[in-house]
Design a protein around this ligand. Sequence first.
Ligand code: FES
Length: 143
Amino acid sequence: MRWHPYLGARGRIFNNDTTWQQETNRTSGLTRILEVYPRLTEEFLQVATTSEIQADKMKMVQYKDQSICLANSAGKYYAIRNTCTHLGGPLAQGKLEDHTVECPWHGSRFDLTTGEVKRGPAQTPEQVYEVKVEGTAILIRPK
Ligand code: FES
């Protein structure tokens, strides 16, 4: 594809096998990718500092309007939506064991890395968040 010297973008000269419509579809593909994978547009936000959450403890924090259970498991941080998918129990008040959190209300267990249900009665996985630590700041965004 080349640019027309006088018409600029509107005058792009395409290869024989590329039409204007195909080119338009290709460039609008980025918009579609961002619709399909919204996390690419989600920003990391600081939700806590490392001094606020001791080893093998959990704490409820806020990411935008969402309550999040932030866990420190042996010095590695995990973030999972705080509201249990069973009946809404507060996961941050439950038990932390290795890479799972147990809901304090009826004992459902969720994998902190994937949100997968490890034990019922919950049947729906939890939303998990990507975590990064910059200095003493803990930042998260949806996975
Ligand atoms: S509310 Fe969490 S297991 Fe029932």
